[in-house]
Design a protein around this ligand. Sequence first.
Ligand code: AMP
Length: 114
Amino acid sequence: MADACLFCRIASGEVPATVVRRDKGMVAFLDIAPKAPVHVLVIPERHVASMAGVEGLTPDERADMLAFIAAVAREQGLESTGYRVTANHGPDALQSVHHLHWHVMGGTPLSDTM
Ligand code: AMP
């Protein structure tokens, strides 16, 4: 399952993506269909299907992930204007790729309906 996972293949470099940061087992790359002027996806290199499986990461990896997300937003120039971080789990949230990923979005005033 994990071998066929699209985001595992992006993390390994097998599938091309525009990687903007890579550190401590995390990768950030541009979303292929951006919903904001800045739309970056952050994933752990190690396969975890969603937030529901976050205990599959170590406490250090979970802490590193938060710091990594904040660093991505800062590097993308979003810190002063603001940004949104979301992770979808399951059908009600319309999760379409089953490898934990955080959407980091900004660069414009974001909708208040999501
Ligand atoms: P979600 O609906 O939360 O599972 O989000 C999946 C996200 O992955 C969507 O925003 C897609 O546009 C994005 N996506 C799908 N395939 C790729 C890809 N090959 N490279 C970059 N982003 C992708």
